[in-house]
Design a protein around this ligand. Structure first.
Ligand code: ADP
Length: 440
């Protein structure tokens, strides 16, 4: 037992004993002991009341009453309360500091709970996206910022992904959104102003589209004259070769212009017009028909489930198949094989074009889909490659929520796999494998 408690117990017992002794003098020891006990009780009661007032007011000095054990209780409580207040002050200062620094950030930051409801946000979130810290607390972020790209981002739950959406409060402004999970089930929703980047890329796109468009007419005139001249019997024989070369280059320029225009169109289109029913098996059949039988072409085999159908844009998927097949055919010797296949499973569908051709060295793989990238420029020029085919494929796939995976080994062959998510697949009655047209 601590010293103060021992003192209290001894004091109380002594007081009762003294009461009993005084009572004994008067022949009533029990009355004396009872009176002493009552005194002790009233005394302790007073101390308790005083302590309660001290607790209520928090003023432990003003209501301090009693000694020994009560002194200790008062001191301990005073110390704890002061410590608590100190922590509270420190915590408030820290919260204020954090809020001030997040408010000073040029980027918007919103804390979301696991139901994507707003917990709090900084000042930039208000100026960029019109979010209000108090009013919007508890609201779902996708109810306030209504954009399918944001909904997709929330569903993807991938911190590396971003989505560009127009600002709901400032016309012509664009915001880049990103979601970073933290803690047990909270997320940081980050917003940054990317208006300048979007405007620059639009300028670049418009410039390429306009320049390509403007080049088209003079090119048509040049090609037309070259065709007429080459058909003319009066053409001196030593002019034949240069004219043929000029024709080839004009044809190449026409192809570059056409592919650049196609890329600009795809970039500007976003996700529009990708809701048709695309019959993969029919597209495979017509693509094979277009390529098979040309001199030096390897054999082309089709492996497709007859019900292979997906939701997309038929002519764009046709362009994907034809670009991949054209590449495979051009890079595979006549005794090799090209396989067009479609596989689907619970994870989605894969459109695969594989070949047993020359393959691509691993160092080039990451750059293959860049515009104008060719592994062997000299050769590509000779075989008509302009380096835009895979860029077009990548854009079309992006419009269809699909991803391109390339695996290749130099000297062994290549595989180009286009992976479509389950939402793009259609289940329905089988479509016959034969036939060159595709259903819509
Ligand atoms: P290109 O018009 O030159 O074919 P692409 O963008 O379609 O342009 O392809 C880029 C480069 O990738 C090509 O120049 C070629 O070197 C390489 N490539 C594409 N497909 C294959 C393939 N199946 N086998 C080997 N190399 C390929």
């Amino acid at each position: 037992m601590p010293h103060s408690s021992r003192k209290l117990v001894t004091g109380v017992l002594l007081l009762i004993a003294m009461g009993a002794l005084i009572g004994w003098f008067y022949g009533r020891p029990f009355v004396g002991a009872f009176a002493a006990t009552l005194f002790v009780l009233v005394w302790q009661l007073r101390q308790l009341v005083a302590f309660d007032r001290a607790l209520q007011t928090g003023d432990f000095d003003r209501f301090r009453y009693g000694e020994g054990i009560w002194q200790r209780i008062y001191s301990q409580f005073k110390y704890e309360r002061e410590r608590g207040n100190r922590y509270k002050r420190e915590y408030r200062r820290l919260v204020k500091e954090i809020r001030r620094s997040t408010d000073a950030m040029p980027d918007g930051a919103v804390i979301l709970n696991d139901g994507n409801e707003i917990v709090t946000c900084n000042r930039a979130a208000k100026s960029l996206a019109g979010l209000k810290r108090r009013k919007d607390r508890g609201q779902r972020i996708d109810n306030i910022l209504r954009d399918p790209r944001l909904t997709d981002l929330l569903e993807a739950d991938d911190a590396t992904q971003t989505a560009d959406i127009p600002s709901p409060v400032r016309d012509g402004y664009w915001l880049s959104c990103r979601i970073v999970p933290y803690g047990a089930d909270q997320k940081l929703f980050l917003l940054s102003d990317v208006t300048e980047r979007i405007a620059l890329s639009k300028m670049r796109r418009d410039f390429v589209a306009n320049a390509s468009h403007e080049l088209r007419s003079p090119l048509t005139v040049i090609s037309g004259y070259l065709d007429t001249i080459s058909d003319d019997d009066r053409l001196p024989s030593d002019w034949l070769q240069p004219i043929r070369q000029m024709q080839e280059q004009a044809w190449r320029m026409n192809r570059i212009v056409a592919e650049l225009l196609e890329l600009s169109r795809l970039e500007a289109a976003g996700r529009a017009d990708t809701g048709d029913v695309v019959d993969i098996a029919a597209l495979f059949a017509s693509a094979r028909k277009a390529f098979q039988g040309q001199a030096g072409t390897p054999s082309i085999r089709i492996e497709a489930e007859s019900m292979a159908r997906l939701r997309g844009n038929s002519s764009e998927i046709e362009s994907v198949i034809s670009n991949l097949l054209s590449n495979a055919v051009r890079h595979t010797p006549a005794d090799g094989e090209v396989v067009l296949s479609w596989r689907s499973g619970p994870g989605g569908g894969d459109l695969i074009v594989s070949d047993t051709g020359e393959g691509i060295a691993e160092v080039h793989l990451p750059r293959l889909t860049e515009r104008f990238f060719r592994v062997d420029r000299g050769r590509a020029r000779a075989d008509g490659g302009v380096g835009l085919g895979l860029a077009i494929v990548k854009h079309v796939l992006g419009r269809h929520d699909a991803t391109l995976y390339i695996s290749s080994k130099a000297g062994v062959g290549s595989e180009f796999r286009c992976h479509f998510p389950t939402e793009r697949l259609l289940v329905g009655p089988p479509v016959p494998l034969t036939g060159g047209s595709h259903s819509r």
